[in-house]
Design a protein around this ligand. Structure first.
Ligand code: PLP
Length: 1002
């Protein structure tokens, strides 16, 4: 192989002057050629002796695709200067090789692309389908070739099974081969056409880095093209797509739906995808086993089989349910006749016997949705006492009320409804039945004649108790099934499988909580068009992200209840409608987090739920300091609102109780309290106090700080006034560099960095004095948060405070982010610094969602302020606020949340530091307790803003909410409610590890 030789050939025959790089190739020479303008070509010099028809066939096929579907991302053939597509040229040894040149498509191969999202996979399917459609009328005698990669001839595997040593693997391959043999008659009836036949993950190119969408940019290499049923092409691509995918069934559904969108399949073809996929994997493992025997010293041959074995041996897919899924993804009836069944049921609406013995047209609906109801209080645990009372708010003297189909609910709280190891893993929430709530003992009547298919007593915790499934047949002979759950299990002694039930027969009755699984008496009435893969054990609720499947398998049974579909079907609030409403009525600078924003409607401790009941781990919000929806906070609010809620013009013991509680956490010299409604107001007030006490206005503050949204607070918030469109710095402000010893002027290797950072205050003081502003004070977030979760070197603040006080100013510690135990080791950040502030400001976490701001100061400063006009805040220090604030502080103590912050923070830092060793994009891990920052960097150590945005959005895909901060927005901010536990920590670390691996792939 001589690069110059081939570069010369390319130049003299194609007129392309390019640098060449050798690419992988099993038998042929492939070169990547980049010309002087950066345009890429692929030069292919086939093995000597390669038959001309093989190259011609590929060339013609590419040309055919380019003519039929010019928009498909398939490479063009670049003709030589004389117009020929293929030339016979001597290689450096003088051997003649057939040579041809293709356009080089951008991107990396699918194998190396990450993440492999469902939308990318859908597009792979669409491109493959598009190519199949384009090749449908392509003819070439070579297409009838006889070779081992023709899936139609895969039965050669049967005679080679003995090459596999492991008997269990032998029998697995034999089983696949036997299944395949059964398909051969069906396959033989399918039309054959030219297919790509090798859409493996190295033959699909993908573009898109980090936050850009991933797009298919190439379907390359027609070296295995042959004539076969088109579904073989799809099955071969599928055999690669599923390998090591976290959700192979969803991946398959996306691929097949994509193919179908470009080149519509028949249901029969869709059903063939999975068995053919397995056969292709069998071909692949048997082939590599044979190759391994031929090349015993090549470990790669064995390693390359591993993912295929992992899939074949480890992934448990029910073929019947998968067929329903793939059909549903293509909008086809899940089984043949399913559409006829639904048409018939709908046409008979009104003629069915009334299930509950009465017309339900006027029966009220009761919503148990995640949005509308708070059952259960703890969405991760449904106590029996609560289950037995579910929906009691809709109770009306025993009258029947109905529960919705298609309604996401949180009442399915047991781990069995979870689809992963974590509380925030996907969970099945969406109800697939209609419920009728009525007193225990209420008889039920068969809507139409049927045969008992299942009758059982399911005694498990919160299961069905008595349950019956009836099998029905429409007049056209199509079967369907209805399920009745939460029955009195007496039906089990009366009925047996195969019994015939007449239309209108009273065949069962409602059980009470002692026998129906533990629930308030009701029937769960579900329709299914197939029992493939669910048999007797139907899911009563589905994963919101799989509703395309479950809506099709278990449609709305309203017609069987003689009710209109709309009455019984629930639709969660549309996220898009809310987003539009915000656009219509809210200012453009009210921002939303995430490219695809989330709508959150319920919470519990450190978890949140969206309108579909999807759980999220909240690793970002510090407002719910003691956890979302804390029962003690609910109780205090309800209790006080039952009594009265007034202001500080009247006496109430809650005022001093709150003050005493806060002051018990602070040094003795801080003894005077001001209650307001927000951190902004508290800081605004702090500025007034500083001016009142010093008689001057000048303030020193670190750069990129944030103290609130009011006029004065913005003036001291460089993060806002220096932002694009900001008001700029006022003349009474001087900024100093943030004491960031990772990226700032003085680094961690400098033992004097605290003093050096503090010394930067000197010129700021001098400048203010020079301008005649004087020094009213210094205000800083004790640990700068929006500045990048910075922990200043110890001793920094006391040194700054000394300088400020020497100049006559006072020192304000904004502890909105850092106070109240979040730091674990310290209740307030200034304790870590050994600093003694004159004013401490507290904000949002102190109300756990209720708006409270607090300012604590010295008697001398309060006295100076008291010389001015009356201070009054209507809601600051309201009776309710005082009780809420004290309760939050009490809960932090009673539930040892400061200790929890210390322990969980330590676990996080240990895990994050281990990730730092593994992932070059982590530059720094810093923080304390549950106030943590992970600084992401690029290869040259600069701020990785794009990576940070990518990670934040991908964490959301993994159901974890985190934030990002820093002047260049490259620092991940982890700041959960103080209730987070080890499971949450583990989830954060696992997700971050996997996402950062995607980053290193891109
Ligand atoms: C450090 C700091 N101070 C003050 C504020 C302002 O608080 P609020 O939004 O309650 O007015 C914030 C808000 O994020 C903050 O982080």
């Amino acid at each position: 192989m001589n690069l110059q030789h081939w570069a010369d050939a390319l130049n003299s025959h194609w007129g392309i002057t390019a640098d060449l790089r050798r690419l992988d190739g099993e038998y042929d020479l492939n070169f990547m050629a980049t010309d002087t303008e950066g345009t890429g070509y692929i030069l292919k010099a086939m093995r000597p002796g390669c038959e001309a028809w093989l190259v011609e066939m590929q060339v013609q096929a590419f040309q055919h695709i380019a003519t039929r579907s010019p928009d498909l991302p398939c490479p063009r053939v670049i003709p030589a200067a004389d117009g020929a597509a293929v030339l016979s040229l001597p290689d450096a040894d003088g051997a003649a090789r057939l040579c041809w040149v293709l356009e080089c498509l951008p991107g990396k191969c699918y194998a190396n692309a990450a993440p492999k999202t469902l939308s990318l996979i859908h597009e792979v399917g669409a491109v493959l389908g598009g190519a199949g459609k384009a090749l449908a009328d392509f003819q070439h005698p070579g297409l009838q070739r006889d070779f081992k990669w023709d899936l139609m001839r895969a039965d050669w595997v049967g005679s080679e099974i003995d090459s596999i040593a492991d008997p269990a693997r032998q029998s697995l391959i034999r089983e696949i081969d036997t299944d395949f043999a059964k398909l051969e008659p069906v396959l033989a009836t399918l039309p054959k056409q030219a297919i790509h036949n090798d859409a493996n993950d190295y033959n699909i190119m993908v573009t898109g880095e980090l936050t850009e969408p991933r797009r298919v940019s190439g379907l390359i290499d027609l070296g295995d093209i042959c004539a076969a049923p088109r579904v073989c092409d799809l099955a071969i691509a599928a055999a690669y797509i599923v390998l090591d995918h976290t959700d192979p069934e969803a991946a398959l559904a996306a691929l097949v739906a994509g193919y179908h969108s470009a080149y519509p399949l028949t249901p029969q073809e869709v059903d063939l995808v999975y068995p053919l996929l397995r056969m292709r994997l069998a071909v692949s493992v048997v082939n590599s086993t044979l190759m391994a025997a031929e090349n015993p010293d090549d470990p790669y041959v064995t390693i390359s089989q591993a993912p295929a074995w992992r899939f074949l041996e480890g992934v448990d897919i029910h073929p019947g349910l998968l067929s329903a899924r793939l059909r549903a993804a293509c909008d086809m009836p899940v089984v043949d006749g399913a559409d006829r069944v639904m048409q018939w049921i709908k046409s008979e609406r009104g003629n069915f016997a009334n299930l509950m013995g009465e017309d339900l047209s006027d029966a009220p609906m009761g919503s148990l949705s995640v949005e509308n109801s708070t059952w259960p209080q703890n969405p991760f645990h449904m106590p029996l006492a609560e289950a037995a009372r579910v929906g009691e708010e809709f109770e009306d003297g025993g009258k029947i009320w109905l529960g919705y189909y298609h309604e996401p609910r949180l009442i399915y709280a047991e781990p069995a409804f979870r689809k992963g190891p974590y509380k925030a893993s996907n969970r099945r929430t969406v109800h697939l039945a209609v419920d009728a709530f009525a007193p225990a003992g209420t008889p039920m009547f068969a809507p139409m004649a049927g045969e008992v298919f299942v009758v059982e007593n399911r005694t498990g915790h919160l299961d069905y108790g008595g349950v019956i499934i009836l099998r029905h047949v429409t007049p056209a002979g199509d079967p369907f099934y209805t399920l009745y759950g939460h029955l009195n299990p007496e039906c089990c002694t009366r009925l047996k499988v195969g019994d015939q039930i007449e239309q209108g027969a009273a065949f069962c009755r409602l059980g009470d909580a002692s026998m129906n699984g533990g629930w308030a008496p009701h029937v769960h009435f579900q329709l299914a068009l197939t029992t493939q893969g669910i048999e007797a054990d139907w899911p009563g609720v589905g994963d919101p992200d799989e509703m395309y499947l479950w809506r099709a398998v278990c449609p709305n049974p309203a017609a069987l209840l003689n009710l209109p579909d709309d009455k019984c079907r629930y639709e969660p609030t549309s996220k898009e409608a809310i987003q539009q409403g915000r656009k219509d009525h809210f200012g453009g600078n009210l921002s939303l987090t995430y490219a695809d924003p989330v709508m959150l409607v319920r919470g519990w401790k450190h978890h949140l739920f969206d309108e579909w009941g999807r759980p999220y781990l909240d690793a970002y919000n510090n407002v719910p300091h003691v956890g979302h929806a804390h029962p003690r906070i609910q109780a205090i609010a309800a209790d006080q609102l039952k009594r009265m809620n007034s202001n500080t013009r009247y006496l109430h013991p809650a005022q001093t109780a709150f003050a005493d509680k806060i002051l018990s956490k602070l040094p003795d010299h801080l003894e005077m309290c001001f209650f307001v409604n927000s951190g902004s107001e508290a800081n605004e007030l702090a500025l007034r106090l500083a001016r009142a006490h010093t008689g001057v206005k000048g303030m020193v503050t670190p750069d990129h700080g944030y103290h609130g949204n009011t006029t004065g607070a913005i003036d001291v918030s460089a993060y806002k006034f220096n932002a694009k469109g900001g008001i700029g710095k006022s003349d009474w402000i001087e900024l100093v560099e943030v004491a960031d010893d990772y990226r700032g002027s003085y680094r961690r290797d400098d033992p004097d960095r605290a003093q050096k950072f503090a010394d930067l205050v000197d010129p700021a003081i001098a400048a203010l004095q020079q301008r005649g502003n004087g020094i009213a004070g210094f205000i800083a977030e004790t640990f700068p948060s929006v500045g990048g979760q910075i922990i200043p070197p110890k001793g920094y603040l006391p040194a700054v405070y000394d300088k400020i006080r020497a100049a006559g100013g006072i020192c304000i510690a904004d502890e909105v982010q850092t106070g109240l135990g979040r730091l674990g080791e310290y209740y307030f950040g200034f304790e870590h610094q050994g600093a003694s502030p004159d004013i401490v400001v507290m904000g949002k976490p102190i109300g756990n969602g209720h708006p409270i701001g607090v300012l604590i100061t010295t008697r001398a400063i309060a006295d100076s302020f008291a010389k001015g006009p009356e201070f009054f805040s209507t809601f600051g220090g309201s009776t309710l606020s005082c009780r809420m604030g004290k309760e939050v502080l009490d809960i932090v103590d009673d539930e040892a949340l400061q200790q929890n912050a210390r322990l969980m923070g330590a676990e996080l830092i240990t895990g994050l530091t281990a990730l730092q060793d593994k992932h070059a994009s982590i530059g720094d891990v810093r923080g304390m307790g549950l106030f943590l920052g992970v600084e992401l960097i690029t290869e040259d150590g600069s701020e990785a803003t794009q990576i940070c945005s990518y990670v934040k959005n991908r964490m959301r895909d993994h159901r974890i909410l985190i934030g990002s901060e820093g002047p260049k927005d490259n620092i991940l901010k982890i700041r959960p409610p103080l209730t987070i536990d080890s499971e949450g920590v583990e989830m954060i670390l696992a997700a971050l590890d996997s996402i950062l691996s995607e980053v290193s792939q891109s």
